[in-house]
Design a protein around this ligand. Structure first.
Ligand code: HAM
Length: 416
C-alpha cells in the first residue's frame, strides 16, 4: 500500500522557484525604496514571550483573543509565533536602549508572521510582511513620510488602483470617550437599527457605520464622528499630516470610521486598499499608523512611534507587473563523442566567467538535450563532442569554436 501523502498545513504554502524569483525582485525594490527614505534593515525573532503581544497588541483584539499560535516551551514559558512586527520592534528599542541613539530611529523589516485566521484567498496562517517603524519623534512629517514610502513601494511593485484611507484616532482617552458617546447614541436609536448592529453595540459600535441596512444608515448619517471629538492638539497634528500629503500630491479619503485591528494606535491611522479581484475579500494591502503610547506600555521611556506593514502575498497578488525572471542560461550538451568531464569543465569555466549555465545531467540523447534546451529557454547551446559546437538558439546558427576559451568569450559577448 502506498504511504499516505502529506500536505503543507492549512493556511500555509510553498514558494516555488517561479514565485520565489518574484519575491526576490520585490525585496530588491523594497530595499531601494525604504533605503532612500533613511530606513535601515532590522530583524526580530519569529517567536516572542506571549506577554509582549498581550500587552502590545491588546487583550481585547481579535489577534490576541483568537489568532495567536501560542505554545509552551520545555521550560514551561509561554511563547507566541509573532502575529505582527510593531510590538517586537518596540521591545527591541527598549531592550537595546535605542532611545540613546540619534532620534528618530528608523527601521524596516521583512519576514514571516503567523495568525490563526480562516484561510482564504489573500489570507493565510503564515504570511509575510514588509514593514517600517520610526521611533522617537511625533513630528507629523514622519506620518506623511511613511505614507509616501508605502505609496512608492506599491507603485514600484506594480500595485495600481489603490485607495488610501486616512483618519485620526486621537488619544486613547478621547477615543474611549467617543465610543461611549457613540454607544449612547446607538442605544437612543435602537429601534431603527438592524438586529446585527444592535447585537454589537457594546462590542463594536463602529461596525454600524458599515451597515447596508436602510434604517441603520439613516441613523448613522446623524451619528457623532470621532474626528469631531479630537483635542485641539491632535486635530492640529492631523491637519499638518494632511497638508504634507496634499503638497506631495497624494490623494486620500478621510474615513472617520477607519479603525484598525490593533489597540496601540493613537492619532494618524491609514490603510491602502486595492480593488484587485485576485485579493478576494481581502482589500487591505498595507496599513499602519501612530502608536505614541506603545514603548512606554512595554516598560520604556515615553516614546512616540509611527509605521506600517504590508502583506507580501497581497502585494504580489494585486501586482500588475510581470517581474523579470532569471536570465536565460547557456546549455552545455554532450554528444556521443563527447565526455562528461569535458562538458563539466566547460560549464565550470562559463560559471566562473559569470555566465548562468547548465549542463546535461539526465542522460538524454542529443535530440532530447536540444529539446530540453528549448524548454529551459537557453539562449545558446554548446555541444561538446570531439570539439565544441556553438549554437545560437535565437538565430539557429551553429558553428565550431576553437575551445573552451572561445566559447566563454562568445557567451560573455552575448551578455554585452
Ligand atoms: P495589519 O493591518 O494587521 O497591521 O497587517 C498589515 C498587513 O499584513 C495587512 O494589510 C495585510 O496585507 C497583511 N496581512 C495581515 N494578516 C494577514 C493574513 N492572515 N494573510 C495575509 N496577509 C495578511 C499590522 O500588522 C501592524 N503591525 C502594522 C503597523 C506597523 N502599524 C504600525 N506599524
Amino acid at each position: 500500500m502506498a504511504a499516505a501523502k502529506l500536505q503543507a498545513p492549512r493556511g500555509t504554502f510553498d514558494v516555488l522557484p517561479e514565485e520565489a524569483l518574484k519575491r526576490r525582485e520585490l525585496y530588491r525594490r523594497t530595499w531601494a525604496v525604504l533605503g532612500r527614505g533613511g530606513y535601515r534593515p532590522f530583524d526580530s525573532p519569529a517567536f516572542e514571550d506571549t506577554e509582549l503581544f498581550k500587552r502590545g497588541v491588546g487583550e481585547s483584539t481579535d489577534i490576541v483573543r483568537k489568532e495567536m499560535f501560542t505554545f509552551e516551551d520545555q521550560g514551561g514559558r509561554s511563547l507566541t509565533l509573532r502575529p505582527e512586527g510593531t510590538a517586537p520592534v518596540c521591545r527591541a528599542y527598549v531592550e537595546h536602549g535605542m532611545h540613546k541613539l540619534p532620534q528618530p530611529v528608523k527601521v524596516w523589516y521583512w519576514g514571516p508572521f503567523f495568525r490563526h485566521e480562516r484561510a482564504q484567498a489573500g489570507r493565510y496562517r503564515q504570511f509575510s510582511q514588509v514593514g517600517i517603524e520610526a521611533l522617537g519623534s511625533d513630528d507629523p512629517s514622519l506620518d506623511a513620510e511613511s505614507i509616501l514610502l508605502l505609496a512608492e513601494l506599491l507603485e514600484a511593485a506594480g500595485v495600481r488602483e489603490t485607495t488610501l484611507k486616512l483618519s485620526s484616532l486621537g488619544t486613547r482617552d478621547s477615543r474611549e470617550a467617543y465610543l461611549a458617546q457613540l454607544r449612547r447614541y446607538l442605544r437612543e436609536h435602537e429601534g431603527d437599527l438592524s438586529e446585527d448592529v444592535r447585537a454589537r453595540v457594546e462590542q463594536n459600535p463602529l461596525r454600524a457605520f458599515d451597515a447596508g441596512h436602510e434604517g441603520t444608515r439613516a441613523v448613522m448619517a446623524g451619528a457623532p464622528q470621532l474626528l469631531d471629538g479630537l483635542s485641539a492638539e491632535d486635530a492640529e497634528h492631523f491637519a499638518e499630516v494632511r497638508e504634507l500629503l496634499d503638497d506631495a500630491g497624494v490623494s486620500y479619503e478621510v474615513d472617520p470610521t477607519l479603525v484598525r485591528g490593533l489597540d496601540y494606535y493613537t492619532r494618524t491611522v491609514f490603510e491602502f486598499e486595492s480593488e484587485s479581484e485576485r485579493l478576494g475579500a481581502q482589500s487591505g494591502v498595507g496599513g499602519g499608523g501612530r502608536y505614541d503610547g506603545l514603548v512606554e506600555e512595554l516598560g520604556g521611556p515615553p516614546t512616540p512611534g509611527v509605521g506600517w506593514a504590508a502583506g507580501i502575498e497581497r502585494i504580489l497578488l494585486a501586482s500588475e507587473t510581470r517581474f523579470p525572471g532569471a536570465p536565460r542560461p547557456v546549455f552545455v550538451a554532450i554528444d556521443e563523442s563527447g565526455t562528461r568531464r569535458a562538458a563539466f569543465g566547460l560549464v565550470t569555466a562559463l560559471r566562473e566567467a559569470g555566465i548562468r549555465s547548465e549542463v546535461e545531467q539526465a542522460g538524454r540523447s542529443l535530440k532530447g538535450q536540444m529539446k530540453h534546451a528549448s524548454r529551459i529557454e537557453a539562449r545558446a547551446v554548446a555541444i561538446v563532442g570531439e570539439g565544441i559546437e556553438w549554437r545560437d538558439m535565437d538565430t539557429g546558427d551553429q558553428r565550431p569554436v576553437t575551445g573552451v576559451q572561445e566559447a566563454v568569450r562568445i557567451a560573455v559577448g552575448m551578455n554585452g
